[in-house]
Write a protein that binds this ligand. Structure first.
Ligand code: UDP
Length: 235
């Protein structure tokens, strides 16, 4: 049997991806299909931690009427809604799941405790990290980079609506070129919209590979197996 390339991963799901076609709210079919794939990935013996975004409900940087820090806290709360939705669907499939929140809310989630998160993973539980880093002015991409470094994840699987990293926006430029591989420095220097620069430089400093791919059926497994889907960002 072919072994998976990565044994412990952070799967970053953007809020927009959970929103499906509309990109808003929760598309339960999408969540069900993500859960189905996570079940298969677990069967391969891969430890899965998930960082979820919140853009399908609220994004701090696009709020106009309130100050940025408050808007960011609202964005972080949105990630909790997504985390609980994902947890419910995973557990319905019999996958033991823990939500750990970077902002304490003891009635609904465990607080983030690094060693405890690692223990959950070792026991085969899926850990969902909610509330990003817990700090305004950051993103859930940065949370994915931070948590990956903390728990020694071998890669970040960045599931997106686009199928990889392009040299320009493929929606605007029909001749946009997709990269199979690109370095962190090129992503930063060319200001490519893979992750924000804080997240990318955190991955670069800690040498965490990022696999950017489209959240389509079968792709999470392919990414874990190291198949050439999307774009690999590395040194
Ligand atoms: N956010 C934050 N600090 C963090 C992570 C997230 O303030 O560490 C806020 C920020 O307002 C962000 C929102 O939560 O816009 C939702 O996260 P993000 O935009 O990263 O979600 P995605 O685009 O992946 O859906």
């Amino acid at each position: 049997m072919v072994e998976p390339k990565y044994k412990r991963v952070i799967l970053k799901l953007s809020g927009e991806a959970l929103g499906g076609e509309k990109g808003f709210g929760i598309d339960w079919e999408v969540v069900e299909s993500i859960a189905e794939e996570i079940a298969k990935v677990r069967e391969l013996g891969v430890e899965v931690a998930i960082v979820v975004g919140g853009g399908n409900f609220f994004r701090g940087r696009s709020a106009e009427h309130i100050d940025r820090a408050t808007a960011d806290y609202m964005g972080m709360l949105a990630t909790v809604i997504n985390s609980l939705a994902l947890q419910s669907i995973l557990e319905k499939r019999g996958i033991p799941t823990r939500v750990q929140s970077a902002i304490e809310m003891r009635q609904i989630a465990e607080p983030y405790i690094r060693r405890r998160a690692i223990r959950h993973l070792e026991k085969g539980r899926v850990v969902i990290f909610a509330c990003g880093t817990g700090n305004p002015f950051f993103s859930t991409d940065t949370a994915a980079a931070l948590r990956a470094a903390e728990i020694d994840a071998e890669a970040i699987l960045l599931a997106k609506k686009v199928d990889g990293v392009y040299d320009s926006d493929p929606k605007k430029n029909p001749n946009a070129k997709k990269y199979d591989f690109i370095t962190y420095l090129d992503v930063i220097n060319q200001r490519l919209e893979v992750m924000d620069s804080t997240a990318t430089s955190m991955c670069m400093d800690n040498q965490i590979p990022i696999v950017v791919f489209e959240l389509a059926k079968g792709n999470i497994i392919k990414a874990v197996m190291g198949e050439n889907i999307g774009t690999l960002v590395n040194v």
